[in-house]
Design a protein around this ligand. Structure first.
Ligand SMILES: [Zn+2]
Length: 248
């Protein structure tokens, strides 16, 4: 946890500091070693069973948002509580997910938080990026209002796995150069090599639509309700074949 309560105020971990968990009220210990990001730990197991061991990636994402939006305790009418990674001023929860999450756990969070979005670490496994980049280089264009691509469901495990979420999902591959494989559709030259998140949406006919947006615009969208900033749409072919229902 980034925060615990010290004298009733949220505080980051620091050497020698004692705090209590803002979720359960039990004592927490400040962990300020060299191996991991400085954090607070329960003396026994974390009271929030959804808690994921924090990485630098988590911490960098939390820090994109104001302090008062980070690690927000949310409780239900039945008394259950969880600590959301971020809750924006308009009540949307953002969860930063580094590790794979079984479908039932994902659904439990979606039904608890209701209004939420996922940002998924695409760099946890090298093979996720490799298969994503490979799929993209042979994907068909998606002729939406912004530039996107359509992948067959089975081409890319991380996209397939997250396409069945009920909430919006963005894959974060960080600042990574996509190899130019010379495929028929995607060229890395079309997009900047950093500052992008990839929205994953399930589409009819066993397809997934992958849409890149500027990372900062995703943050602004959730904080302030501003539109997502995508890229210019693919030019539609004059022969009418831009309608995917006729070509899938
Ligand atoms: Zn606790």
């Amino acid at each position: 946890m980034k925060y615990a309560l010290v004298d009733g105020h949220r505080h980051e971990a620091a050497v020698g500091l004692r705090g209590v968990c803002q979720g359960c009220g039990l004592p927490t210990t400040a962990k300020c070693g060299q191996q991991r990001v400085h954090h607070w730990a329960h003396r026994t197991a974390n009271c929030d069973k959804w808690w994921e061991r924090e990485t630098v990636w988590h911490r960098e994402w939390k820090n994109e948002f104001p302090v008062e939006c980070q690690e927000i305790r949310i409780s239900s009418s039945s008394g259950d509580f969880h600590v959301a990674d971020v809750q924006t001023p308009n009540g949307i929860v953002l969860e930063f997910q580094h590790s794979p999450l079984p479908l039932e756990d994902r659904q439990a969070r979606e039904s608890f938080y209701v209004n939420m979005a996922w940002i998924v670490d695409g760099r946890r496994k090298g093979s996720d990026f490799t298969s994503f980049a490979h799929s993209l280089s042979f994907a068909a264009p998606d002729y939406g209002n912004v530039r996107g691509w359509r992948l067959p469901l089975v081409r890319c495990a991380i996209a397939e796995n997250w396409s069945i979420a009920l909430s919006t999902v963005y894959l974060d591959f960080g600042d990574t150069m996509f190899p130019d494989k010379g495929g028929p559709s995607f060229s890395h030259k079309e997009l900047p090599c950093g500052g992008i998140l990839w929205r994953v949406t399930k589409a009819p006919n066993e397809r997934i639509v992958i849409t890149p947006f500027l990372r900062q615009s995703v943050i602004d969208h959730y904080m302030r309700g501003t539109p997502l900033d995508g890229f210019d749409p693919h030019p539609r072919p004059a022969n009418g074949l831009w309608d995917y229902r006729s070509i899938d």
